[in-house]
Design a protein around this ligand. Structure first.
Ligand SMILES: Nc1nc2c(ncn2[C@@H]2O[C@H](COP(=O)(O)OP(=O)(O)O)[C@@H](O)[C@H]2O)c(=O)[nH]1
Ligand SMILES: [Mg+2]
Length: 313
């Protein structure tokens, strides 16, 4: 008998409906967990799952079925226990019966985990471009950039205390994620938030100033911040009229804050979080610095994760 597995297709959190994919000998599984013995492929049935829940279920073929119970966490926990008792193993590898071939299936899997809207249209076009193609170095370099549409990259704000980093962070996240304070060094921890930046989803961090400090907690925050700095794909250098730019070897853009008071020369853009001036332009600038329009609009194939392994040759 082929190995029987189950995969949660919906997010692992409270929802109205959950979708669970069953794979392996599903005829056996369905007869064990419901009282229905006769299943026509592709037809939806309302079934009772051993008193746990009423669910909609469909057998796609004798190796694949979907059951759609209510999405409460208690129901999911009970179902997980039931599957485990029946020796049905949980996996994180959904199957896509609608996929034409392996590359199509890899694309659908990537699409299911991709964070940025910008990836959707692009991914759907890839199977046609990728079949039978081996990547060149140039293709792999382009993939490194485009993969940021799947896995949110880290971006850091870096500048002297009081230049307006936390205020900018709050404005970009539209929440109070950062401490805004007039005292220099008010941001003791690296504060991060996942934001949608013109269609690109990224993790933005407001780093503490790297001051010498005897405070153990502050030292710890600085250690964390330095690690995030090295992982960041983009550093947003922040300065205002009275503070100058920090030095960095990272890929960086220079954003001058408080343009409502005065613009600053030698910046890529002057913004004001208070008036909103150039805030829209800032999100586009950040996005384009990470995924340049030239790369996004390229007609060449995107070797997204799972589409190619170096041993494919
Ligand atoms: N006029 C003006 N003041 C700002 C602006 N952004 C921040 N500030 C002020 O600058 C000070 C320091 O801001 P904060 O965000 O805490 O700076 P950080 O130390 O770099 O995080 C606060 O008093 C803010 O209100 C802005 O766009 N215009
Ligand atoms: Mg701050």
């Amino acid at each position: 008998m082929s190995k029987r597995t189950w995969t949660l297709l919906t997010p692992p959190s409270q929802g109205a409906i959950a979708i669970i994919q069953l794979a392996g000998n599903v005829t056996t599984t369905l007869s064990q967990i419901t009282s229905r013995s006769n299943w026509i492929d592709g037809r939806l049935y309302l079934v009772d799952i051993l008193g746990i829940d009423e669910a909609v279920a469909v057998q796609i073929n004798n190796q694949l079925a979907h059951i759609m119970p209510h999405g409460g966490m208690q129901i999911l926990r009970k179902l997980a226990k039931l599957f485990s008792e029946l020796d049905i193993e949980q996996t994180d590898e959904p199957q896509f019966p609608e996929a034409q071939d392996e590359i199509d299936s890899a694309m659908l899997r990537t699409l299911s985990i991709a964070e940025s809207q910008l990836s959707v249209e692009l991914l759907l076009k890839q199977p046609d471009k990728l079949r039978g193609v081996t990547p060149l170095e140039d293709d792999l370099n382009r993939a490194t950039i485009l993969n940021h549409l799947i896995y949110p990259p880290k971006v850091v704000l870096l500048g002297s205390p009081n230049t307006g980093k936390s205020t900018l962070m709050n404005s970009l996240t539209k929440q109070d994620t950062s401490i805004v304070h007039d005292l220099p060094g008010a941001t003791r921890d690296a504060v991060g938030a996942r934001i949608n930046c013109g269609g690109l989803v990224l993790d933005l961090y407001d780093l503490p100033g790297f001051r010498d400090s005897d405070d153990a907690i502050e030292q710890e925050a600085i250690t964390i911040a330095k690690k995030i700095m090295t992982e960041a794909v983009l550093t947003i250098l922040i300065a205002d009229e009275t503070h100058d730019w920090f030095e960095t070897d990272n890929h960086a853009i220079r954003i001058a804050t408080k343009s409502d008071i005065k613009d600053k020369a030698d910046s890529d853009l002057c913004v004001s979080a208070h008036t909103g001036e150039n805030m829209e332009a800032l999100t586009q600038l950040i996005r384009d610095a990470i995924v340049p329009p030239k790369v996004l609009k390229s007609d060449k194939p995107w070797f997204f994760p799972g589409s190619y392994s170096p041993t494919d040759e």
